[in-house]
Design a protein around this ligand. Structure first.
Ligand code: FMN
Length: 201
């Protein structure tokens, strides 16, 4: 899926994408899973706290627990995640080791999770993050302790070109153009809301 950008960005960034049509016949290897976890491990974090835990469910190794994790997803997500071989849950550790609130914990977990997505891309895999899951349910099923907040579920696997693998609604999403807000809406030059890119002839 191509992107429309003012200037060329690194291919790894441009190729990262959140597809919904995954190949149910292609497995993710243990080495690939370790590789994406290593990528997260080397993300920057405030005071090097590394305020996250990740739970990985590989359908091919442990289908029972995979199904339990899958069962916490919203119906809309289940519709396409059913073809994914791996789910990864990102959990935020809310406090620093000294017990004080870590205001950057979610920020740091987001950075680590983006590393997962990019490393997946570099391996030819796709990672699709989801907020659509039941946080309380997953905490209960997997005994996630107090002080830890499940923040995002990541579906991981190979993409498929067979659009019949998903319902019509997701087929349309898969084919639709990738969009972003215009650059000047979010990026400013020196002053609040001052266009970063001036109109040039
Ligand atoms: C925190 C977060 C939560 C998301 N939740 C969902 C979700 O529940 N279901 C879904 O299909 N996509 C979800 N997405 C994917 C976004 O819709 C997607 O990243 C966005 O549309 C941009 O598309 P791209 O990742 O392909 O560039 C989520 C992404 C993030 C970062």
């Amino acid at each position: 899926m191509t992107i429309d950008s003012k200037v060329k960005i690194d291919e790894l960034l441009a190729n990262r994408w959140s597809p919904r049509v995954f190949d149910p016949s292609r497995q993710v290897t243990e080495e690939q899973i370790i590789s994406i976890c290593e990528a997260a491990r080397w993300a920057p974090s405030c005071s090097n706290q590394q305020p996250y835990k990740y739970i990985v469910w590989n359908r091919n190794n442990n289908s029972k627990d995979f199904e339990k994790a899958f069962g916490t997803l919203d119906e809309g997500n289940q519709n396409w995640v059913k073809n994914c071989p791996v789910l990864v849950l990102a959990v935020v550790e809310l406090n620093f080791n000294n017990g004080e609130i870590n205001n950057w914990a979610e920020y740091d977990t987001g950075a680590a999770s983006e590393n997962i997505c990019l490393q997946a891309t570099s391996l030819g895999l796709y990672a699709h993050q989801m907020a659509g899951f039941d946080t309380d349910k997953i905490k209960n099923i997997f005994n996630i302790p107090t002080g830890f907040k499940p923040i995002v579920m990541i579906a991981l696997g190979y993409k498929s070109n067979d659009l019949t693998l998903v319902a019509e609604k997701y087929r349309k999403m898969e084919l639709s153009e990738r969009k972003r807000k215009p650059i000047n809406e979010n990026f400013f030059d020196s002053k609040w809301e001052n266009d970063l890119i001036k109109i040039r002839d």
